[in-house]
Design a protein. Sequence first.
Length: 303
Amino acid sequence: MQSLAFKYFYEVAQTGSLSAASESLHVAISAISRQISTLEQRLGTPLFERSARGMRLTEAGQLLLRHVRRSLLETEAAFEQIAALRGAERSPIRIACTQGLANELVPGAIAAFGRKHPRCRFRIWVDSARGATERVAAGEADMAVTFSTTPADHVQVRYAHSAAALAVMSQTHPLAERRRLSLKDLVDYPLALTDENTSTYRLFQLASNMAGLNLQPRVFSNYAEALHAYVRDSQAVLFASYVSISERLRPNRLVAIPLRNTEMHARTIQVQVMSGRILPDMMEQFIEFMIRRVHEVSEAAPR
């Protein structure tokens, strides 16, 4: 009975209304409402705020939803492990990451891991840093490899390493031989910047404000590789973490130089999983493999 109540609760939480849950589950609204009411009576607190616009989770409801998500994921994992005993295919490991990490780091790790575990399958979602974290918290991804400038809710950070934004430019740029730079050194050169949804953008805005500079990038893009090509063929400068750009430096004839502005250092690259979730063995092995990969690249960054 409890599992049925959880099932109905979960569907209402996902859809936002009794009628939508009824349609999805092919169960009468009255039956769903009765199960949720029984669950609320047992817990002694409302799980939803009810209104004409639908059902919205209370704080207690949000806590229960996180528990139900973990339970569903762990049950599915147990079923898969049992099915694997008779040779059935496993579901893919679902990875959420930001665009820069999807260019080289994540697919490179998948390829290396896949050579040892050829039956392991993967799915990659490319999202904003916040979106990648939210996918893990919601159970839509098993892990995230992403950047963070603030503490994240409802995920466990399995690994974190500083990930400063570096100044990236052509090898022929007038400043390419410098060991360190500041934003003031860049005022006479065009700047290229990722869009407002990225941590790099936020670091740049903060550092510019703290330095008293009104720097206006010449080119914005939500596609980092377009900026790589632009910088390669001009005297422009872009900002990127070493883990995002390291494999692109030599082929694109680029260099990456640390910045003195402390605000450009105020983020980490993180490997995140859902808080409290028990992960299958193969997933744990891949997470540990990814952590080692991120650590190796991060430690090689210029400082």
